[in-house]
Design a protein around this ligand. Structure first.
Ligand SMILES: [Ca+2]
Ligand SMILES: [Ca+2]
Ligand SMILES: [Ca+2]
Length: 313
């Protein structure tokens, strides 16, 4: 439990005695604003934190970051599409500010609220001098599951060190003047699934051995997709990454005019420089990046079933 004495709203210098926590040495003093005091103490749930004394600190000891302008978004974007936002961030105090982060949100109105949708990507600034202004710019992506409608862009800056904080939290966010209309994406979404290779009886594959892979490439959305290529990788885990080995052979996938699956086979083999061991087979749809999709990060799927055993020949 945490007990606090009555604190005058404003800026305070707080001396804390802390039991069983490394967040602050016992009896240490830190500069802290009331708003961040709550955050810092909430992180110590279950730890006895006893303020020893609170003395006023001058407001001008603290930096004060503010967002003073946000660029207007494009008029229209589909789910999954990108656009660029920029914001003017200022330190309006006479005190330098440490590292800060500006985050961007899609908001139904110009007021920052908990329900706003945070966009991927944030702008980090190492420090602000006293009364310094900077423009930060970032490319953001409309979430693929974003609801449709008109949204303002809200940008909010926070000082990274919560223990220092920003006493005036009323100026940390600002909104664009105009909205972006988010509409349904007309992009397809491809994924590929390979079946485990023959021989299916559990016999190991010998290095250099050729075998046939069956794979299904699917478009899960009722929108057209151009022709693409599905390729197969050998992986020591179920995730496609740079360590995986591209196998010979490829599956040519014809254009889709709507949702559907295409089945195909290709002849491949275990390259001679592959080390013996257990491997997963991962198939990747649109592996040559010919199709713009709603989601590009779900194209590779591991084959279900046990791993392939590869042995020396
Ligand atoms: Ca502020
Ligand atoms: Ca996809
Ligand atoms: Ca693609």
């Amino acid at each position: 439990m945490i007990r606090l004495p009555a604190v005058t709203i404003g800026h305070n210098r707080v001396a804390l005695a802390i039991a069983a926590t490394h967040q602050l040495p016992q009896g240490d003093t830190m500069r802290i604003a009331p708003r961040t005091l709550t955050v810092a103490l909430a992180m110590g749930v279950g730890v006895a934190v006893v303020p020893l004394g609170i003395a006023p600190a001058a407001a001008d000891e603290f930096a004060d970051l503010a967002v003073t302008a946000v660029s207007d978004p494009p008029q229209l974007r589909q789910q999954g599409e990108i656009f660029t936002v920029s914001a003017v961030v200022a330190n309006v105090a006479d005190v330098a500010a440490g590292p800060s982060t500006t985050r961007y949100y899609l908001s139904r109105d110009q007021t920052p609220l908990g329900g706003d949708r945070q966009l991927n990507g944030a702008s980090s600034v190492p420090s602000f001098g006293p009364n310094q202004t900077r423009t930060v710019t970032r490319q953001v992506t409309v979430p693929t599951n974003m609801g449709y409608g008109d949204f303002f862009i809200v940008a909010c800056v926070t000082i990274d060190d919560l223990q220092i904080g920003d006493p005036d939290g009323t100026n940390n966010c600002a909104a664009s003047a105009t909205t972006v209309q988010i509409v349904q994406s007309t992009r397809p979404d491809l994924k590929a699934y390979a079946a485990m290779p023959t021989p299916p009886d559990g016999r190991p594959l010998v290095i250099g051995e050729r075998f046939t892979v069956q794979a299904t490439t699917g478009n899960s959305r009722n929108f057209p997709a151009g022709a693409s290529v599905t390729r197969i990788y050998l992986s020591t885990d179920q995730f496609r990454d740079g360590a995986d080995r591209l196998l010979p052979g490829r599956l040519k996938v014809l254009a889709f005019d709507k949702r559907g699956d295409q089945h195909g086979t290709t002849t491949t083999g275990i390259p001679r420089d592959v080390a013996p061991g257990a491997y997963y087979l991962i198939s990747c749809a649109d592996d040559l990046f010919q199709v713009l999709e709603l989601q590009e990060n779900n194209n590779c799927q591991p084959a279900t079933g046990p791993t392939i055993q590869v042995v020396g020949g």
